[in-house]
Design a protein around this ligand. Structure first.
Ligand code: A2P
Length: 316
């Protein structure tokens, strides 16, 4: 089933449902991507350098036989690469076996020491993450704007950026407003204020971990399950359709063919069936005591998100 598209702020169209690839093992992601494109109608694949599987995603795309021009392909700049955006992008393009991306995102608003003790997660002697706290995110963004101007990517955006970081550190300096902000969005972390803010700025919200990631507590949620019963759908369908109905680009991860297919079909079916009242009810679930962030790397830096205590690895 083909996913409807929505327009980004530069006119580029993005399919509202995409296949996520975080935590997909390299040997599994080839067939997952191939199947998603060839058999399940996906035309949008979300990847990242840091997922350590870009080469296999590229292989899956090639095996699918679907022309590159029909696929919306996203990848992300890793934290140790903020000082060399174009070189990092070139590595990603080579990994994926393509000469352009549809969307390139700054993965986190954090620059980790590129000369530290680890290529991906450098740490200080006390075990805390080796964040370059003086780095200005605007300097990363200027390089993102440069690769956009060169035509190596069709759109640029951010991920894990809070309203505060966008307002204080990025938008006042940006020539190009980010096309998207990809953040953790799901029934238990709906970030209603952030979503409203992003929409007011013309920034499309993208949901990662829409099902609550691995071993999700969301799949047992009573409100979502009741709606699933009411509409003859699965709870996963309701969780995904809830986001799609709110015009949130939804990146759903699976390496299982049945679930890959049912997720796109179910998301679109549920988005059509859910009423305004259903959405309001679902919007209220987190606030009724279920609020839960599932993805909280211990950066040791205040990223400006609600419900995110700053934890410093090795200290608290
Ligand atoms: P698997 O890849 O084995 O299908 P999220 O999209 O929030 O990141 O969640 C992904 C997690 O949910 C993965 O563990 C994935 O496992 C599992 N998953 C994906 N689709 C479904 C589904 N329809 N029902 C239950 N679990 C699912």
């Amino acid at each position: 089933m083909a996913s409807p598209k929505i327009k980004l702020n530069n006119g580029v169209e993005i399919p509202i449902v995409g296949l996520g690839t975080w935590q997909s093992k390299p040997e599994e992601v080839i067939t997952a991507v191939e199947y998603a494109l060839k058999e399940a109608g996906y035309r949008h694949i979300d990847c990242a350098w840091a997922y350590d599987n870009e080469k296999e995603v590229g292989e899956g795309i090639r095996r699918s036989g679907v022309p590159r021009s029909e696929i919306f392909l996203t990848s992300k700049l890793w934290c140790t690469h903020h000082n060399r955006v174009e070189a990092a992008l070139d590595e990603t393009l080579a990994n994926l076996g393509t000469d352009y991306l549809d969307l390139y995102l700054v993965h986190w608003p954090i620059h980790l020491n590129p000369n530290g003790n680890h290529p991906k997660f450098p740490t200080r002697p006390d075990g805390s993450r080796d964040v370059l706290t003086d780095w200005k995110i605007r300097d990363t963004w200027a390089q993102m704007e440069a690769v956009l101007a060169k035509g190596k990517v069709r759109a640029i955006g951010v991920s894990n950026f809070s309203e505060r970081i966008l307002e204080q550190d990025l938008l006042p300096y940006a020539k190009v407003v980010p096309a998207v902000d990809q953040v953790e969005l799901h029934l238990y972390n709906p970030q209603l204020k952030l979503v409203e803010y992003l929409k007011s700025k013309g920034i499309v919200p993208q949901a990662y971990s829409p099902l609550g990631s691995t071993n999700s507590p969301l799949l047992q949620d009573e409100t979502a399950s009741a709606l699933a019963q009411k509409y003859g759908l699965s709870t996963a369908d309701i969780l995904l359709g809830y986001l799609v109905a709110k015009d949130i680009v939804t990146l759903t991860k699976s390496v299982n063919p049945k679930r890959i297919k049912s997720n796109i079909e179910g998301a679109l079916a549920a988005a059509k069936k859910l009423t305004k009242e259903d959405i309001e009810k679902l919007d209220g679930v987190a606030a009724s005591g279920k609020q839960m962030r599932l993805i909280q790397p211990p950066w040791g830096v205040d990223l400006g998100f609600d419900n995110w205590p700053v934890r410093v690895q090795g200290r608290n």
